[in-house]
Design a protein around this ligand. Structure first.
Ligand SMILES: CC(C)(COP(=O)(O)OP(=O)(O)OC[C@H]1O[C@@H](n2cnc3c(N)ncnc32)[C@H](O)[C@@H]1OP(=O)(O)O)[C@@H](O)C(=O)NCCC(=O)NCCS
Length: 136
């Protein structure tokens, strides 16, 4: 089931988020939203995104490594898109490491396009960032 994050999820979300970044701590701001995928009291994935007037940026997005390729990521992305459209947003974008082939494949499958490359953006300048974009 997908539902909106609440503060009782703080610890579980941070444990999962540490697979994205060892220092991960969820931060919510007035423009940031978070939705989680939960099954049998376990959080198997979450997505955070910022509603920036008429566009949306995906900030953090992860599905538990043992539960990938089962459609959970697509459900979370579709929820983010549904919330974005209901907030009158016209586009959604994100930055991804050029080396993250699985995520790039996921986004291309979900109709995102690579619209620009930020050279040497990650890891002290050794990895490029792709800016992926989709109209809503
Ligand atoms: C990107 C991510 C959220 C997708 O979640 P998911 O639940 O696996 O996505 P879905 O099951 O809806 O979609 C599956 C598609 O994602 C891609 N994909 C996801 N995991 C993959 C893997 N281990 N190997 C290859 N492709 C993979 C493929 O395009 C796959 O399509 P296919 O099944 O037809 O090959 C997930 O892979 C993840 O958590 N990755 C690590 C964190 C990350 O990179 N986040 C994004 C940063 S911008």
């Amino acid at each position: 089931m997908i539902r909106e994050y609440n503060e009782l999820d703080f610890n579980k979300v941070n444990v999962l988020g540490r697979d994205l970044d060892i220092n991960f701590i969820i931060k919510l701001t007035p423009e940031r939203k978070c939705y989680i995928y939960e099954k049998n009291d376990e959080i198997l994935g979450f997505i955070t995104f910022d509603i920036l007037i008429d566009r949306v940026e995906i900030i953090d997005f992860i599905v538990h490594i043992n539960h990938r390729k089962k459609g959970i990521g697509s459900l979370l992305l579709n929820k983010a898109i549904e919330v974005s459209i209901s907030n009158n947003c016209k586009s959604i974008s994100l930055e991804v490491k050029s080396t993250n082939k699985n995520a790039i494949s996921f986004y291309i499958k979900n109709n995102f396009k690579n619209v620009s490359t930020r050279k040497r953006y990650y890891e002290n300048g050794s990895i490029d960032a792709y800016l992926l974009y989709r109209e809503l």
